[in-house]
Every structure is written in C-alpha cells, then in structure tokens.
Design a protein around this ligand. Structure first.
Ligand code: 4AD
Ligand code: MG
Length: 474
C-alpha cells in the first residue's frame, strides 16, 4: 500500500479509507488491552495516533514497539475521539522496520540542549530539532523566493579563495602540502608554489568580492552558501562554519540599501508566520513564550536608522545619567560590544536598529567613505563609512553591509594604508577600472536569522552539525 505522510494523514477526512503510515515511535502507552502509539515521520511536528487491540497482534512484535523504533502501519483512517486531533489510524498490520534499544540517546524527555549537542546525530529526531530544521528549510525557501521575485540572480561564489574579504585574518587554510615537510624560503616563509593551487589558499569568509563581479554584470545578484571563520569566539552567536546570504546590487544608495535590508528581513519573518505556524506554536510553548509576539512585533515596527555617532551619544548619556553601567567603554571610535547593541535595541528603542556611518577604522576596506566628518561632543571626529549593521533584539548583529567605495583611487588608498596585499586584489580592482558604478550589498548570517525566528538561545542548536572551536564531531 502506498505510504501517506503523517502531515497528509492528519488532514484527510475520508474516514474508513485504508491507509499506510510510516515513522518513528514518539511514545507508546496502553490501557485496558488497547495500545496507543504516537508516530512521527518528520513531515510535521504533529504525531498521528495509532490505535490497536493488543489481543489481535503478536505479543513479541508489540514488545519491540519502543520509543524511537521505526514502524510501518497499515489500517483504517478513523475520526479520533481524542481532543486535539481530527483523525487517527486503527491498526490492522504493523511491521517493525527498525527496533530501538533502550540505549537510544533521545529516549528521555527534557534532556538539556548541552546533552543533545553531544548526540547531535540523533537530536534531529526530537520535536524541538524537527521544528527548528523545518523552519530553517523554510527560511532558505523564503530567501530564494524573495530574491528571485525581486529580480536578483542566484550567483555561486567560490568556497576556496586566495583573498581575505573582511581582512580580519580569520581564514582556514586549504592545502595538500605535506605538513611534516614544509619547504621555506630564505626568510622562513612557507613556499606555496608547489601547493595544489600554486599559492596560499583558504576557505572563504564571505562571497562578497566575487559577488561584486557578478552584480556589476548582472545588475543584482545574491549568494547563499557556507562561509568559514577561524575566530576563536566561543559564544552563543558564533560558528566557525555558518551560512551567509549576500545580495549585491548596482545603482543603490545607503537609504535604498537599508530599505532592502528591512524589507527582506520582514519578508522572511512573515514567511515563517505564514508557513511554519505549527512549529512556531510548539517553540512558543516549549522554548520561548514571547516568540510569536516578538515576530509579529518586528513586522509592525519601522526599524530605527541610527548613525553610529548618535548611538555613542545615547550610550554615553545612559552612563552619565547613571541609568546604565557597561562592562566595556564606549568612546567614539570603539567597536560596539554586544551589551551596547542590546541596550540600544532592547532597552532604549525597543525595536530593531540599523546603525550607519561607522568610523572607517573599525570597518572593512571596501566601504564607501563619507564626504563629511561627524561632530561628537562639539568636536570633529575621524572619517566614517557608509556601513550598515542591522541590530536585532536577543541576537545583536544580524546583518552587516555597506555601500561600496566605487572610486578607484580612494579604494587603492584604503588597500595601501591597511597593507592589504595588492597582488591578490587585481581582479577586484578591475571592477573600479572598467565601468565602475555605485553599488552596495549586505551579508545576513543565516543561523542568526534562524535563531531569531525560532527563539532558540544558542547558534549551535539551529544548524544540524555545528562547527565551533574544538568541535567537529559528526
Ligand atoms: O558583518 P560581516 O562580517 O560582513 C561580511 O562578511 C560582508 N562581506 C557582508 C557583505 O556585505 N556582503 O558578516 C555578515 C553577517 C553578520 O552580520 C552576522 O550575522 C554573520 O554574518 N556572522 C556570523 N554568523 C555566525 N557565526 C559567525 N562567526 C559569524 N560572523 C558573521
Ligand atoms: Mg559585521
């Protein structure tokens, strides 16, 4: 008999029809000779209830139906007398496809997330991780749909690269060299000419630089793929391997870029509310009672657009008036710490904030330099750039982007002052030599979006197999 997915079985009302469902046992209980099995096949958070008369089944087979076992059930679809479900399956034949020993690591309910991370290969079968993974899939679909419908082309950028886009030196090397026998030149530097690529190569930290090549040919592109950062940040917001979405658009200014960022995030959040309500309701009940209200809130709010200098003034005023104490200083020129971002978003404005016009020295080399210098506390400050970070409640930075410096000479100037090896950049600089144009884009950390939309607390719990310092199991 053809298998019906649980999600479809639960929607059917042709009671009396023969049906076959397959899936894993969430729980089994019995009462007065009748057994009740909650069966889940991952198609939905909901289980289908399988009911049967114990006397009509082989006792040894019934003993094998334990939590986690995999079953094929044939029977009749019947209207359920139980509250909260329309239909259930009256079992006629049950086959145990895979038994499950009592050392099954997901047997007990209420395991800690830390425990589940140590069993990440099996945690996917739990309700919470099923919900998170279905929402993760839906966010990927929302991203592709949004950009496709807005005329952006999905553009594939390389994962192996020789240039450090963010210039932060956090790259994982890619080599086929024998690490026991590294040849060095007279200065003690490793010789790469005989390496696979004939030069030092790494995993990319961002597809942006190649994305700019695509955008300045196709007008508007987006990349969506894995990126890698060897930063030793053991925080609930950082992964060493994470997915990033990077749109890049020609003929866009800073205001239009912020409009795009806001419209895009709201589209994704709305998609979750429209397509994942069952999973969101589960997470709202089990993980975060404020989740759905927070998602709806983001859709209603207009994001605050706040120049960095004004942000610093707000933070300093909070300290001066005694309203707030911060662990880290916030002088003009400092990179904001997470506590500063959270104060602005969660306490001061109580809505998402798009921060702009950062000091040049704390941002990447490619950001467009502002014409005017800001004034802070009556004094003129250093140069700023047209960077935009979108700051979210609970998450902090969810997007980092900018208008790009399209002026060849200014860009070269930045590359030189920052000592970025020019020889690696020639192809990127050609965009500014041949038909240069104003353009901009941003990068959205995909897992940070999934964190926000699921209400999960740790980024390791929104990607199937997290990669973090000292952790590459599974
Ligand atoms: O701000 P970032 O470093 O920006 C870029 O890489 C630009 N090249 C993007 C662009 O303009 N095309 O990173 C972008 C976003 C961050 O805002 C954050 O959401 C996420 O990527 N991100 C991380 N997510 C998880 N783990 C990490 N280690 C992350 N580092 C950045
Ligand atoms: Mg950033």
């Amino acid at each position: 008999m053809k298998r019906t997915k649980v999600i479809d079985a639960l929607a059917r009302t042709d009671f009396g029809a023969e049906i076959c469902v397959k899936g894993w046992v969430r729980s089994k209980r019995g009462s007065k000779g009748i057994f009740f099995i909650a069966l889940n096949d991952g198609s939905t958070i909901k289980n289908v209830q399988v009911v049967g008369d114990e006397a009509q089944f082989d006792a040894d087979m019934l003993k094998k139906i334990t939590t986690g076992a995999c079953l094929s059930v044939e029977g009749r679809l019947v209207e359920s007398p139980a509250a909260g479900q329309a239909s259930e399956v009256q079992a006629v034949r049950i086959e145990v496809l895979g038994t499950c020993g009592n050392d099954y690591p997901m047997q007990k309910k209420g395991q800690t997330f830390e425990y589940m991370r140590q069993h990440a290969h099996m945690r996917l079968r739990t309700n919470t991780f099923g919900a998170v993974m279905r929402i993760r899939h839906n966010m990927a679909m929302a991203i592709h749909t949004y950009f496709h419908e807005h005329g952006y082309f999905y553009f594939h950028t390389p994962l192996i690269t020789a240039s450090d886009c963010e210039g932060a030196g956090q790259m994982f090397q890619v080599t086929t060299k024998n690490l026991y026998d590294l040849k060095k030149d007279e200065n003690g530097s490793i010789i790469y000419t005989d390496d696979f690529f004939g030069k030092q190569a790494s995993l990319t930290v961002s597809g942006q630089l190649e994305g700019e090549l695509g955008a300045t040919a196709l007008g508007a592109i987006y990349t969506f793929g894995p990126t890698f950062r060897a930063e030793n940040s053991n925080t609930p917001r950082h992964l060493a391997e994470f997915w990033m979405v990077e749109p890049e658009v020609c003929f866009i200014d800073l205001d239009e870029l912020m409009d795009l960022e806001e419209d895009f995030i709201k589209y994704c959040v709305r998609w979750a509310l429209d397509h994942c309500l069952d999973d969101l309701e589960f997470l709202n009940k089990m993980i975060d009672k404020g989740l759905i209200a927070r998602l709806q809130g983001v859709l209603k709010e207009e994001f605050v657009r706040l120049p960095y200098t004004q942000g610093i003034e707000i933070l300093q005023e909070a300290v001066r008036s005694g309203k707030k104490k911060f662990e880290f200083p916030c002088e003009w020129g400092d990179d904001l710490a997470s506590e500063h971002e959270r104060y602005l978003v969660e306490e001061y404005f109580r809505k998402p904030v798009i921060m702009t016009h950062y000091p040049k020295k704390i941002k990447a080399f490619y950001m467009k330099i502002d014409d005017e210098k800001p004034v802070c506390g009556g004094r003129e400050m250093e140069q700023t750039v047209q960077g935009t970070d979108v700051l979210f409640p609970q998450i902090g930075e969810i997007i980092g982007g900018s208008v790009r410096e399209e002026n060849y000479d200014k860009l070269i100037g930045e590359i030189e002052t920052r000592n970025i090896p020019m020889k690696d950049m020639w192809w990127y600089l050609d965009t500014r030599r041949f038909g240069s144009c104003p353009h901009g884009g941003f990068g959205l950390g995909f897992e940070r979006l999934v964190l926000f939309v699921t209400g999960m607390q740790n980024i390791r719990d929104v990607i199937p197999f997290p990669r973090t310092p000292k952790n590459a199991e599974f």
